[in-house]
Design a protein around this ligand. Sequence first.
Ligand code: ATP
Length: 317
Amino acid sequence: MLSAVGPPVTVRVPAKINLHLAVGDLRDDGYHDLVTVFQALSIADEVSVTRAVRDAIEPGVTVSGADGVDVSEVPDDTTNLAWRAVEALARRADRQPDVRIGLHKAIPVAGGMAGGSADAAGALLAAASLWRLDMGREGLMEIAAEVGSDVAFALHGGTALGTGRGERLVPVLSRHTFHWVVAVADHGLSTPTVFGELDRLRARPEAPRRVGDVEPVLEALASGEARSLALLLGNDLQAAAVSLDPGLRRTLRGGVDAGALAGVVSGSGPTCVFLCDGHDAAVRVAAELAGAGVCRTVRVAHGPVPGARVVDGDGGS
Ligand code: ATP
């Protein structure tokens, strides 16, 4: 048992989508080089970290779900990415990971929106604040990159160009708030399986076409024009996600039929995101898509939003 001592530090941390995701060929080490443009959306998990007294070997993770979010597949043991992040931080700070972590999830699980990575980033920031570690954002970003490829972006937020495995980040100028409709599926897709499917499809003579260069996407973001950006949304993993889950074709068509400017599979899927021409248009598209029976739930969101930030508590001394 772990008993909680003292007030928690609570962090809000956003989901990500990929506006552009170019996947390189499989490397010898099993990874793929990525060139991606991330955007943080206004769908966020809440991560709270509380000081705990350890008198038995109990990993301190409690998981709950916001309305409609199925958390049955989220581990509450030491395999949870948030726990692994706190362990990495504790090692760096030469102390015990003597905390209880509470996760309240609004980000769809295994949905291609990096929910696990978001929780890891939130837990890093919350524990660093609870323990009053003086390592700055840069120090946290370094640990984040070790914990997982999307963790650094969840700390960073906004809009960013990611290279390497997605962990090397450069901020991208984005002048505008973009309005999105997010179509959540009633099941998840495993990220490694989707990458494996892409390798399989690429080995065939009729390999899927690759997305174009990233520069026009960066220009559209700088101009702030949703209509220009809509023409350029692209994801090399989409063909693989659709191949594993052909129903996604209907979802993608459903969003455009409902009036979205364009739709794309988010990351490894199966969540699909639709760019809309303003907030009111997004509300209309969401209502129509919800009635079309092509996904489990529909959410309206906007981006970019900031990365992980403390919303309550500073940990005390
Ligand atoms: P990504 O887009 O980064 O590949 P994802 O959004 O598709 O990820 P996640 O929600 O991060 O997927 O979860 C993938 C798997 O990771 C889950 O099925 C679960 O078993 C495991 N997992 C570990 N920690 C967490 C966590 N804190 N939240 C959600 N899933 C977690």
